[in-house]
Design a protein around this ligand. Sequence first.
Ligand code: LMR
Length: 403
Amino acid sequence: MFQHLSRLNPDAILGLMAKYRADGSTRKVDLGVGVFRDLSGNTPILDCVRRAEQRVLADQTTKSYVSPAGREEFNAGVAELVLGDSHRVHRERRARTVQAPGGCGALRVGAELIRIAAPAATVHVSDPTWGNHIPLLGSSGLRLERYPYYDPVTHELKFGDMLERLDEATPGDVVLVHACCHNPSGADLSVCQWRSLIELLERRRLVPFLDLAYQGFGDDLISDVAGVRLVAEALPEVLIATSYSKNLGLYRERVGALIVISENESRADAVRSQILQIARSIYSMPPDHGAAIAACIFADPALRDSWLRELAAMRERIRGMRTLLADELRSATRDDSFDFIRSQRGMFSLLGVSAAVVERLRERHHIYMTSDSRMNLAGVLPANAGYVAAAIAAELAAAPVAA
Ligand code: LMR
């Protein structure tokens, strides 16, 4: 049975994680996988999570099954966090939220729903996009195409090209958009650009699928969903995949949700029943522990306040490292070509250098980033920023800047 199977290369991001772990150098720097790191380089458990977890364990009376929809108070908390409690789609009872195993699970369930509802639809994804978008959505059998989004050499959005390409999409196609903190570029749409995109989606009858994995890592929990709320206000059908890996640091607990907005209440109920069937046929039901913690934090004012403070501290730390690395690169390269790092948002920026330079940074300097030169800025520390900048400057002096 297995004789025809060839051995696959590891996933680009997870493979890099393994290489980093195996590197014995004391100088090694991990700018690879997207996890938050504190000033000591650790990925801490948030204090609000520890407190909520103790409460969950103390109150838990059973490990019996929940349901394919997961925990209802978690789903209600997610809907409020993403759309606000007075959004029109709540008044019109058009949104349904279902817990999923992480943002990946939400994306995959969303893709399966699209395949059932519109098997001929193409999903348009940004170029560049997160490395796992293509396997996650493509494995459901949907056709994928890329729309221009960001130029890693000029460090600018290609917004005009994006609109031009999407204007050629077939009505009924799906457009995957990063809701905030674009992974890998750190370049987001302005509110004005969201409005132009919404006008196009409406006119061309395209369905938005919003990937919201970094709510709170850009400006704050509310500003980061400004685009999402505008889309939900304007369009009859919207899918939103959310993740609590980053903003609650619940990575390994796999906490996420899929929100689907439909044209009216009865279609929303039909969609929900389809989602539950999809969940049942893949993993039956999502893991409960992380969602129980998240639900406890969403509902308890003191825990929620503590979360907001910790989230702000994570965001500020990354912003601080953006400034520090840009300053160090300015002095190491004696020019300002890396100043764009300062103002981009979220965890990532694309350095904009070739895969050969990325490889030399890894092999000669033990600095790890994905081959598209994506850097996780949370991996930069005051203690390594100068070293990273000097290594980049040295390797660039030996090779031209080209993505
Ligand atoms: C990343 O982009 O590095 C993270 O979202 C982790 C992952 O699963 O790829």
